[in-house]
Each structure stands twice: as C-alpha cells, then as structure tokens.
Design a protein around this ligand. Structure first.
Ligand code: SF4
Length: 176
C-alpha cells in the first residue's frame, strides 16, 4: 500500500528543512566504537529483542567517515581521549554525540586523575543517558530524544551556518 492510496487526488506540502531533518533523524549511523561495560548494552540494542534497526540505525559503521552519531559508551580515560576526539573529528557533518552511562557523562564512580570527568569536556554532547549501565531501553529512549532534537535542528539557518564555520575554524586552529 503506497502513500498515493491515502492521498488520492490531494497533495502534501512541506519545507525542505523538514524533509532534510526527517531524513537525518531517520538514518543516523552510529560509529562502531565502545570503551567499557556500557558498550555491551549498546551492542545488544542491535540484537533482535531491542532491534535498533526499527529506526534505520542498524548500520553501525566501522569507518567514522560513514558515521554521524557517536555513542560514547564507557569510561573515557585520559589516555584514550585523543583517540575518541580524533574519531569524532573524522565523522561527517552534521554529527551528534550521546554520552551513554555515568562514566561517559561524569566519570561515574571513577573519581580518578586518569579518568575524564565527563566527555562533554571534549565533545559537544547532545543527549546524556543516565545509568551504570543504562539498559538498552535507556539508550533507545536517548536516541528518540535525539530524534526530537534533530527535528528542531536549525538546518540551513544562520545559526547552523555559524556552527559550521566555528567547527571549521577550530579544525584549522584559528579559534575556539
Ligand atoms: S557507567 Fe557503569 S557500566 Fe557504564 S562504563 Fe561506567 S562502570 Fe561500566
């Protein structure tokens, strides 16, 4: 049954911005990447019981250049953070970040000089998922919240262009 059977002789109107935002939120591809125990919960969201594929997201990509969602799943050590930031920088724009679990969000139980006390010190986190670890349902709820955020993303607006310019300047070391 196609959409034309519902529409009959009518037409639908929308805006380019709405269509692009809808396509983006419906085809998020996460980078294949995990750091600690939370990653196990992330991995099972791809299994049949939780079925992340329902959202068009089963394609965890092994190359950051094909990914636009980073799920930071696990404890981030100071030693690891350069690799995490590098993966993020190699991902395609526009891109989003979910801090999954207490460790990624705040360092969790590790009040240690060796552990980053929240990945938002290094990356622009869009959604925080609480828990140690969060259940797969928690991650899926966080992803649904991210979908809502993307639908409100100021695509093609002045704010979005400014964000892109700031990112480009940061990459080339001309500002902060
Ligand atoms: S939040 Fe808990 S489950 Fe997740 S990485 Fe930290 S210690 Fe492991």
């Amino acid at each position: 049954m196609g959409i034309e059977e519902h529409l009959g002789n009518n037409i639908l109107t929308t805006t380019l911005e709405k269509v692009v935002d809808w396509a983006r939120k419906s085809s998020l591809w996460p980078a294949t990447f995990g750091l600690a125990c939370c990653a196990i919960e992330m991995i099972v969201t791809a299994a049949n019981r939780w079925d992340i594929a329902r959202f068009g997201m089963e394609a965890f990509r092994a190359s950051p250049r094909q990914a636009d969602l980073m799920i930071v799943a696990g404890t981030v050590t100071k030693k690891m953070v350069p690799a995490v930031v590098r993966i993020y920088e190699q991902m395609t724009e526009p891109k989003w970040v979910i801090a999954m679990g207490a460790c990624a969000s705040s360092g969790g139980i590790f009040r240690s000089y060796a552990v980053v006390q929240g990945i938002d010190l290094y990356l622009p986190v869009d959604v925080y998922v609480p828990g140690c670890p969060p259940r797969p349902e928690g991650l899926l709820y966080g992803i649904l919240k991210l979908h809502e955020k993307i639908l409100k993303d100021p695509f093609l607006t002045q704010k979005y262009r400014e964000k892109m310019e700031t990112t480009a300047r940061r990459k080339h070391g001309h500002g902060h």
